[in-house]
Design a protein around this ligand. Sequence first.
Ligand code: PEP
Ligand code: MN
Length: 266
Amino acid sequence: MKDLLVDLKSGDRIKVKVGDVVIGGTEKVFISGPCSIEDYETMRKIGKELKNIGVHILRGGAFKPRTSPYDFQGLKDDGLKIVKAISEEFNMPFVTEIMDTRDVEKAIEYIDMIQIGSRNMYNYSLLKEVGKTDKPILLKRGMSATLAEWLYAAEYIMAEGNMNVVLCERGIRTFESYTRNTLDLNSVAVIKDKYRLPVIVDPSHGTGLRELVPKMSIASIATGADGLIIESHISPDNSVSDARQTVSIDTVKDIMDKALLLERLV
Ligand code: PEP
Ligand code: MN
């Protein structure tokens, strides 16, 4: 079989269109929103504020892969309906995680980009299933995946015909326990240098600590990332999941302002 890895190394850079937003083009793309979709009103308020500050794509989980089975698992199908209504109202594309092959067909009616979460990067059935669609895919790095394993996961999707893959560095598990994960910006530098897939960074899961999110966002842009995905909320401390790493909308605005200034320098 043709080795796509070679193709990923040579030729034009791959640009992925999500609605009207292009990831991997000349402009940095900012994705933000809560960890979980909690209810319609909260998601709407967050979406409205993020639209006002110029965020391009909304995020929010409907199906949540929680470490404990007793924690909030997401609004599931009701979450997808909320997503659809809000993304239409604000004319903003929406990315959400799909965890189960059985949900793919239904989900593509509601969302603009499918997130494959870190825990599912090795789920080859799911990778193949989303590869059969033409939806843009946000492929998060497995928390223990090498760069090669991560790229092969991208190839699983692309080998099925879907070339709309965006990689997302979200930190890996190391011996360091101060931060939730260790954000591996080396990977971003290598991908930008050697491969033609777009790559964005998730400094929220990459650090687990909201006070580190602005600094690691700027570092990511300096490393050449094509964009950022940041967990934000109108009331970060009250987030139902991942509150400790969730920032305010004002912080997202501040990060975007700094990132755009920095972009002109690097
Ligand atoms: C998320 O984006 O909310 C999430 C669960 O991310 P990850 O798969 O990177 O842990
Ligand atoms: Mn989260």
